[in-house]
Design a protein around this ligand. Structure first.
Ligand code: CAA
Length: 281
């Protein structure tokens, strides 16, 4: 992802079409475009489930995947309170589709146009940033490999539930790249700068026990219990007052940026809103 597209999506195969910036895909149904991007979206009442759905490629991600994720974020129905991200097949995601680096590089730029590069990567990052919206709680259900862009997608979620076969790896530096899909900030916030440096600059794999210890996964369960654990978590999240959930998520994500004084003020402000909602005339 250091190289950027300067034209329509060019990855070959089923993910190479649709969700282009310039292509004719815009007026086709979202579901169809998502399917082409290797994504599936199911909305069941207050719960949306996004499935990375290219199991034969270990859910490797293309530009279409990231644009598809952004499209899901834009189109999410109002009533959705919890979004679960999961991967079909043996892995959550093997990260960027390496076939995009091969061939003649058509559709890529070399980064020499800094503004175009910036715009391009920002567009791809939109696939991840919506996961922090206060109106929803996002849960990554991670099993098997979560590499590079896959690891960053898990980090973009509020909560990670991992199977005991999970393997997290920030592979980008080993490929000459930096992690640029929003993952560096949550990684540092979760594990601290020293551990984040060690993980990224060795590109080593973190297994389940260490992931739990470092706080990369909030919950670790046996592989065959992953779906049930996610269902339990989702039920608990939905049992909480919706307005309180939104306000509390907003408050907690602001906390690291705020001084104590600012955070106390934010708590007062949010609580005033809650009190108005609960007891106001
Ligand atoms: N891109 C494209 N194809 C991939 C892929 C990827 N990232 N990962 C796996 N596949 C394909 C394999 O080529 C293979 O295809 P064939 O059946 O046609 O041979 C198929 O998926 C199954 O893969 P494996 O047989 O290798 O499955 P495995 O279970 O033995 O190993 C794996 C799984 C450890 C994930 C291994 O496939 C692997 O190391 N993949 C590459 C991971 C990688 O380096 N990703 C880039 C991360 S950096 C990044 O994400 C940058 C960014 O932009 C954010």
């Amino acid at each position: 992802d250091a190289r950027v597209g300067n034209g329509p999506e060019t990855a070959t195969g089923p993910t190479g079409t649709g969700l282009t910036r310039t292509g004719p895909a815009g007026d086709r149904p979202l579901e169809e475009r998502l399917a082409e991007a290797g994504l599936r979206l199911e909305v069941d009442g207050a719960v949306a489930t996004v499935t990375l759905n290219r199991p034969e490629r270990r859910n490797a991600m293309t530009f279409a995947t990231w644009r598809g994720l952004a499209a899901i974020g834009r189109s999410l129905p109002d009533g959705v309170r919890v979004v679960v991200l999961r991967g079909a097949g043996p892995s959550f995601s093997a990260g960027i589709d390496l076939s995009m680096f091969s061939g003649d590089g058509e559709g890529f730029a070399d980064g020499s146009d800094a503004e175009a590069t910036d715009r391009f990567i920002a567009e791809l990052q939109e696939g991840y940033t919506w996961l922090r919206r206060p109106e929803i709680v996002t849960v990554a259900a991670v099993h098997g490999h979560a590499i590079g862009g896959g690891f960053q997608l898990a980090l973009a979620c509020d909560i990670r539930v991992a199977a005991d076969d999970v393997k997290f790896c920030m592979k980008e530096p080993a490929l000459g790249l930096v992690p640029d899909l929003t993952g560096t900030k949550p990684l540092v916030e979760i594990v601290g700068i020293g551990r984040a440096l060690e993980l990224c600059l060795t590109a080593r794999t973190v297994h389940a026990e260490e992931a739990a210890r470092l706080g990369i996964a909030e919950i670790v369960v046996p592989r065959d219990g992953l779906d049930a654990a996610v269902d339990d978590l989702v039920a608990s999240l939905l049992a909480v007052n919706p307005g309180a959930a939104v306000a509390t998520k907003r408050l907690l994500w602001e906390a690291p940026e705020n001084t104590l004084e600012q955070q106390c003020a934010a708590e007062r402000r949010e609580q005033a809103g809650r009190l108005r909602d609960l007891f106001g005339k």
